[in-house]
Design a protein around this ligand. Structure first.
Ligand code: PLP
Length: 457
């Protein structure tokens, strides 16, 4: 069989009579010793990148030893199986109630929320709640329900485009520009109408780390309501920022303190500091989630209320979230997020000091920042070239075009997560400096053919 269809087994592990190669795309006919199978899988994992040097992802890559122990103890729990694991279900409720309080819900103990597999599922549920509420109100008023739309920035994460595509909602994207770098309420009346099911405000724009000014968006919607009667709610996509703002920007009004904010999501597996996959969504009050979206399924002798797209999913991450909430508390989360922000500031200042670059953001919102090449700095290289050069040293620092109307602007971004400390940051700055020096010495342009779009937000 040709080499490309087999995985070779290291002869040290192949026992007499055992295969020395396994097929790559077909299930083997016979068994294999666990040590051998383990070694094959273990060795294949080695080809993945080094998580600590992956500055592209927002998702947690490290937890402490006690978390690792809990993870191993709870890895078999199925979150949907609330009848068999009632206590894990109780812990889930405690967690979203803590989040409801953290996000200043008026009555955190009596609102409603759930864990999800990530922010994407959480956003889908929040979007569905908007759509269903709007449909109920329209039907009650004898009006058509066939043309719902959702208003948001062109810089939304791809999940919102998926939501609109999958659930037949028109995506009304407000383009960003140099003057309006985020959705800031400007010109909102041109996008909102009686068919608008809601507006999405992002706390921590994926492309740049900027917060969208939720208060200003709310005030623009107040004016629209005064002028037209349309009462349009806000969902805050706080995938990253909803676990940063409560600790680093406690005076900022972005959450349920604003009445127009009906729901908020976050990724437990981002700045919630848990391994993938965990998300959360919480509503301001229980009445904002239409009852007819909640399924009461009869399961294993009990009745399980289910608000989810998935059925089975791991319960361990919920327990890990609870562990982090207990272990860190508000002051611990503040300390962890502040140290990430300090590193982001240090890195941003170092990059700003280099002649080649101009900062887009500096990590003052979430500990994420982006920069671009200064106009006129060079014709010989671009940020994709720098990204490639840094990859040779193990660093993953993506470059990508901004969304409409700034698609001709390329930025590069660093996500600072717990685990990227000042020492690593210094090494990274040295490496960036060295690679920029190399690129600046080029006597002609870097070849550009064949570059594949390699980054997905
Ligand atoms: C603003 C925003 N929303 C939603 C998501 C999707 O989150 P998840 O990966 O938890 O599904 C992301 C992920 O980066 C994000 O940045």
């Amino acid at each position: 069989m040709s080499q490309e269809h087999v995985v070779a087994v290291n002869p040290i592990f192949a026992r007499p009579g055992e295969a020395v190669a396994v097929e790559r795309y077909r299930m083997p006919i016979g068994e294999m010793l666990p040590e051998t199978a383990y070694r094959i899988v273990h060795d294949e994992m080695m080809l993945d990148g080094n998580a600590r040097q992956n500055l592209a992802t927002f998702v947690g890559t490290w937890m402490d030893d006690h978390a690792a122990r809990l993870y191993a103890e709870s890895v078999d729990k199925n979150m949907i199986d609330k009848d068999e694991y009632p206590h894990t279900a109780t812990v889930e409720d405690r967690c979203w109630k803590m989040l409801a309080e953290l996000w200043n819900a008026p009555d955190p103990q009596h609102t409603i929320g759930t864990s999800t597999i990530g922010s994407s599922e959480a956003c889908m549920l929040a979007g569905l709640a908007f759509k269903r509420r709007w449909q109920h109100a329209r039907r009650a008023a004898g009006k058509p329900t066939d043309r719902p739309n959702l208003v948001m920035s062109s810089a939304v994460q791809v999940v919102w485009e998926k939501f609109c595509n999958y659930w037949d909602v028109e995506a009304r994207l407000v383009p960003i520009s140099e003057e309006h770098r985020t959705l800031d309420g400007h010109d909102l009346a041109a996008y909102v109408d009686e068919n608008t099911i809601g507006v999405v405000a992002i706390m921590g724009v994926t492309y740049t780390g900027d917060y969208e000014p939720v208060g200003e968006i709310a005030r623009a919607l107040d004016k629209i309501q005064r002028d037209t009667g349309s009462d349009v709610p806000i969902h805050v996509d706080g995938a990253s920022g909803a676990m940063i703002a409560p600790f680093l920007h406690s005076d900022l009004e972005w959450d349920f303190r604003l009445e127009r904010v009906h729901s908020i999501n976050t990724s437990g597996h981002k700045y919630g500091l848990v391994y993938p996959g965990l998300g959360w969504v919480v509503w301001r009050s229980a009445d904002l989630l239409p009852e007819d979206l909640i399924f009461r399924v009869s399961y294993l002798g009990g009745v399980t209320p289910s608000l989810a797209l998935n059925f089975s999913r791991p319960g361990a991450q919920v327990l890990l979230q609870y562990y982090q909430f207990l272990r860190l508390g508000r002051s611990g989360y503040h300390a962890v997020q502040k140290s990430s922000q300090d590193v982001a500031h240090r890195l941003a200042a170092g990059i700003d000091a280099m002649d080649a670059f101009e900062l887009w953001s500096d990590g003052s919102d979430i500990p994420v920042f982006a920069w671009r090449l200064k106009a006129g700095h060079t014709e010989n290289w671009n940020l994709y070239d720098l990204s490639d050069r840094l990859r040779m040293k193990g660093w993953q620092v993506p470059a990508y075009p901004m969304p409409d109307n700034l698609a001709d602007v390329t930025v590069q971004r660093i996500v600072v997560r717990n685990g990227l400390g000042m020492d690593l940051a210094r090494d990274l700055l040295d490496d960036i400096d060295e690679e920029v020096t190399f690129l600046d010495r080029l006597t002609g342009p870097m070849p550009t053919e064949g570059r594949a779009p390699g980054f997905h937000h």
